[in-house]
Design a protein around this ligand. Structure first.
Ligand code: PBG
Length: 330
């Protein structure tokens, strides 16, 4: 007797393994999230994200050129807003000469081919650290959409290729699409954070931007009335389908590694590209374990990225983009 199926035959050596490999990783798969701050020739490392910096615009542009030379074709940009510019309406978010708008122009000027995707959400601009406007202790949906629309149009006017609403308000994709069309920005795309969960994996990001919900009585302590419950799966498919109907060009799942079942479900359910955000806390965990010598950093990084791709990601937004691209280009 012999085994009817010898599946190990296709694993005999690296040559055959590479012939039958089902998914491949390349720098083209990545988007790199970047934190931008006011100032000149300034950078500070995020304590819980070794290797990731908050940088002034001049140094950001320098970094974007390096990313481009490594084969990375898209950046997600986030700004740290001065406390004195924050209020409840988030109106600094659509200031034509705001830091985000300046950043979009500077990056497109320096590297025209780079796809620039600014984040659309009010949290960095909100005195309360919420993604929307607060009224009577609630994050109010429709008035927030009006603000997001102004923000998205100002990004388009500054030259953004895509806008990336990460706020999870209902109806914002349709509202933004309509406003982009009406203002003549037919080719500005929308990458919607469709299935964005209320997750504790965002801690280091909120530290980077100083954007965590503030602890005062009148405002919700967390984002659970708009971001999704991590116990839910069917709801994620519904969210993604709504966003595609409303005009999203790309839908995103966030976080990544702990949510790969959702990535696969959504990949099977929609006919637009799916992106996955491997978020700040996921990055921090790998860095911390590697620092202690408990995990092999580079191997874990590439394995995780590969697994995200296998789950169905067409694009991965990851703080590892640069390090991974260097390895993949070898
Ligand atoms: C803000 C936003 C967040 C992230 C991306 N956009 C934080 C939040 O929702 O509180 C998190 C990204 C990360 O953790 O890397 N709307």
């Amino acid at each position: 007797m012999f085994p009817l199926q010898r599946d190990r035959r296709l694993r005999t050596n690296e040559s055959i393994r590479s012939l039958v490999r089902e998914t491949h990783l390349s720098p083209n798969d990545f988007m790199f999230p970047m934190f931008i701050a006011e100032g000149k020739n300034f950078q500070v490392e995020i304590p819980s994200m070794p290797g990731i910096y908050r940088r002034s615009l001049d140094l950001t542009v320098k970094e974007v050129k390096e990313l481009w030379n490594l084969g990375i074709k898209a950046v997600n940009i986030y700004v740290k807003v001065d406390d004195k510019l924050k209020d409840n309406t988030g109106k600094e978010a659509w200031n034509k000469n705001g830091l985000m708008q300046d950043a979009i122009r500077a990056i497109k000027d320096a590297v025209p081919g780079m796809i620039v995707m600014p984040d659309v959400a009010l949290d960095p601009y909100s005195i309360y650290g919420h993604d929307g406007i607060i009224e009577k202790g609630q994050v109010i949906n429709d008035a927030t959409n009006d603000a997001l629309v102004k923000m998205a149009v100002s990004h388009a006017e500054a030259g953004a290729d895509f806008v990336a609403p990460s706020d999870m308000m209902d109806g914002r994709v349709l509202a933004i699409r309509k406003a982009l069309e009406q203002s003549g920005h037919h080719n500005v795309g929308i990458m919607s954070y469709s299935a964005k969960y209320a997750s504790s994996f965002y801690g280091p990001f909120r530290e980077a931007l100083d954007s965590a919900p503030v602890d005062v009585n009148e405002v919700p302590k967390d984002k659970k009335t708009y971001q999704m419950d991590y116990a839910n799966r069917i709801e994620a498919i519904r969210e993604a389908l709504h966003d595609v109907e409303e005009g999203a060009d790309i839908v995103m799942v966030k976080p990544g590694i702990a949510y790969l079942d959702i990535v696969r479900e959504i990949k099977n359910a929609v006919n637009v590209p799916v992106s996955v955000y491997q978020v700040s806390g996921e990055y921090a965990m790998v860095k911390a374990a590697a620092e202690r010598g408990w995990l092999d950093h580079d191997k874990i990084m590439i394995e995780q990225l590969h697994c995200i791709k296998r789950a169905g990601a067409d694009i991965i937004s990851t703080y590892f983009a640069k390090e991974a691209a260097i390895i993949l280009n070898r």
